[in-house]
Design a protein around this ligand. Structure first.
Ligand code: PRP
Ligand code: URA
Length: 248
């Protein structure tokens, strides 16, 4: 039996969007059409060819820890380029070697990157390369293997920075428990503007975020099919933290 016929939320989304043929193969991540996208108004799937290409290598079970780390960083840079395309700019007077001119600079609030430990750490450097002025906070959470509920062990964001825009970073949005808890902790600390960036999302996690934090936009490189019985994303890429740090 094809896996999508069991409980594939993305297949339901495809049907809702009028996608009837050709059917995707049992293991292909979906291409979500505009109507299906409307079911998750909080979600933007970034489909740049370079992101898709690098994500395919990342998913490959034979990709080494070194390459995995490099790819997470590169995909994060590409995502940051897309996610920041609505940043406000303002005029700035500059002197070129030849004459004076009015250029543009990013205006308004500065950014704070908040990786969810551990795997979110892999996304920081790639984004900071584009936005070197970004501050970095940290949220320590791990998912209990049996209950799949997040257990928190660390929270530190730059002092007096709650007016900033926060980008919460985690490669994986699975049940959504960790993402919901991280955003709730940031909100508790006073953060108002929050976006969530991940590499692979499950429909279950996107839905949970929509219910808990409807005002937090989610950006992902892929909306995958579903979770398995252990809460792992299918097809996914396995345990992001373990693959990033070479643990098991
Ligand atoms: C992974 C991942 C997310 C979480 C996602 O972390 O990096 O933080 O699981 O799952 P959820 O959406 O069901 O909460 P993990 O708990 O494995 O911790 P680690 O990064 O320290 O390995
Ligand atoms: N966390 C991961 O690292 N991978 C998954 O597939 C789900 C949660």
């Amino acid at each position: 039996m094809p896996q999508w016929s069991v409980a594939a939320p993305w297949r339901i989304l495809q049907v809702a969007a009028g996608v009837t043929a050709p059917l995707l193969s049992a293991h292909s991540p979906p291409h979500i059409g505009p109507m299906a996208q409307a079911s998750f108004p909080n979600l933007t799937v970034l489909t740049h060819p370079l992101i898709a290409h690098k994500l395919s290598i990342l998913r490959d079970r034979d990709t080494s820890t070194r390459d995995f780390k490099q790819l997470v960083s590169e995909i994060s840079t590409l995502m940051a380029y897309e996610v920041t395309k609505d940043l406000a700019t303002e005029p700035v007077e500059i002197e070129t070697p030849l004459e004076r001119m009015t250029g543009r600079q990013v205006s308004g609030k500065k950014l704070t990157l908040v990786p969810i430990l551990r795997a979110g750490l892999g996304m920081v450097e790639g984004i900071a390369q584009l936005i070197p002025s970004a501050r970095v906070g940290h949220i320590g959470l791990y998912r209990d293997h049996d209950t799949l509920r997040p257990v928190d062990y660390y929270f530190k964001i730059p002092a007096a920075e709650v007016e900033r825009d926060f980008f919460v970073l985690d490669p994986m949005l699975a049940t959504g428990g960790s993402a919901v808890a991280a955003v709730a902790a940031l909100r508790e600390a006073g953060a108002r503007t929050v976006r969530f960036l991940c590499l692979v999302a499950a429909p279950e996690g996107v839905k949970r975020m929509l219910e808990a934090h409807p005002d937090v936009p989610i950006y992902t490189a892929s909306l995958d099919r579903q979770l398995n019985e252990h809460g792992y994303i299918l097809p996914g890429l396995g345990d992001a933290g373990d693959r990033l740090f070479g643990t098991r």
